[in-house]
Design a protein around this ligand. Structure first.
Ligand code: SAH
Length: 365
């Protein structure tokens, strides 16, 4: 057996490789190696989660954003974007519809819209938790102050998703305007974890200027940070951004990374994202088979779905929530998995872990 297959075996046993070794694996990616990794990842996933897939209802609360990330279709500079924000009543009605459909986690995601201040969000979170005490509330609203994260946590938010976007500081600078900083993003993630959120990080695959070295740094970062969740999906260009001319990330690399992430942490919550379903009609099914264990159907009102356009050709913008849920249930059943009506908390997996050192994790690229 060659060296690459042995590295997969070692990752399966030790849940850790060096940055150089992750890079060697990515450089050596072949269909055979990907299949080998997917098989091992699937085994690890079954050992912790069986054939269950967790489901989260995604509510896209606003596409108004003060940031100007170069890859993102709702960036401030995109004047062609028709802006919206949902009212509290609209958000609560999405939750009510979602609850009836069996969702027990609501994810509120949006641009960095100053309208959603702490007062408004705390009141909203309080109302959701009061109406649905058996549900988890996840926020994905970007970078905020420690005080704000604390207030939202105290109001009842359980989880926070903040993709680190890249663990390579040089790449971070190429993907973001000067006003944003790698250090602050990483500090936010550390703060979220300290406060007690079930914290999710994540990154895009195939982003402009991304190298296998950068991706290796992402894998090492996830391994050391030990998030509850990690969201990854292919970069997909949006016509009204400076990155319109770049090619999308590939299915093969995204699937391989899902498998490697599953092997670094068999308990990790790993979504098969909408972006993965956008680059290939069976992308999400293939994602689950490669190691993912979460799907996030859209619960946003159909009237705003097309406006939350982070990238072009986004799927699921026309269907009602019930259709999205039943479509995904069918898709999961077709590959031998079943969606569960459950908060879907992460299961512990710490078996071979050594206590990792505290502090900001610096992965040398
Ligand atoms: N404002 C929030 C939510 C961002 S949108 C925040 O800052 O966390 C959620 C994720 O979509 C981003 O973190 C980014 O990784 C991803 N995304 C944005 N533009 C994309 C594109 N063109 N292709 C693929 N994914 C994209």
């Amino acid at each position: 057996m060659n060296e690459l297959f042995q590295l997969i075996d070692r990752l399966e046993q030790e849940h850790s490789l060096s940055c150089d070794e992750y890079e060697v694996l990515l450089d050596g990616l072949t269909p055979e190696l990907a299949e080998y990794a997917a098989h091992k990842a699937s085994k690890a996933q079954h050992a912790v989660y069986g054939n269950t897939v967790y489901v989260r209802g995604l509510i896209e609360i606003s596409n108004i954003c003060k940031n100007d990330c170069l890859y993102c279709g709702i960036r401030r500079s995109n004047h062609n974007c028709s802006r919206y924000r949902l009212s509290e009543e609209e958000i609560l009605s999405c939750c009510s519809e979602g609850y009836e459909l069996g969702f027990r986690t609501f994810v509120m995601q949006g641009g960095e819209d100053p309208h959603f201040d702490d007062e408004l969000l705390c009141s909203l979170i309080g109302k959701i938790k009061k109406a649905y005490p058996d549900c988890a509330v996840t926020l994905s609203l970007g970078e905020r102050s420690r005080e704000s994260y604390e207030a939202l946590f105290n109001a009842g938010a359980d989880r926070y998703l903040l993709r680190h976007e890249t663990a390579d500081p040089d790449l971070y600078r190429k993907l973001h305007p000067e006003a944003m900083s790698f250090e602050n993003r990483m500090q936010c993630l550390k703060t979220l974890k300290e406060i007690g959120y079930q914290t999710g990080c994540g990154f895009m695959v195939g982003a402009p200027y991304q190298t296998n070295r950068s991706l290796a740094a992402d894998l090492k970062f996830v391994e050391l940070f030990q998030p509850a969740m990690c969201g990854i999906g292919p970069f997909i260009p949006h016509e009204a951004t400076p990155f319109s001319g770049f090619p999308p990330g590939t299915l093969q690399t995204t699937l391989f990374l899902l498998s490697l992430l599953r092997l670094t942490d068999p308990g990790l919550l790993l979504p098969a994202t909408t972006a993965l379903g956008t680059i290939d009609p069976s992308g999400r099914e293939q994602g689950i088979l490669a190691g993912a264990n979460v799907v996030m159907p859209n619960l946003s009102p159909v009237s705003v779905r097309k406006k939350y356009e982070l990238y072009n050709n986004k799927i699921c913008t026309g269907e009602e929530s019930a259709q999205c849920k039943s479509c995904l249930s069918r898709r999961m059943e077709s590959i031998g998995y079943r969606i569960v009506t459950d908060r879907g908390d992460r299961k512990p997996f710490q078996a071979h872990r050594m206590k990792k050192k505290e502090g900001i994790i610096n992965v040398s690229v």
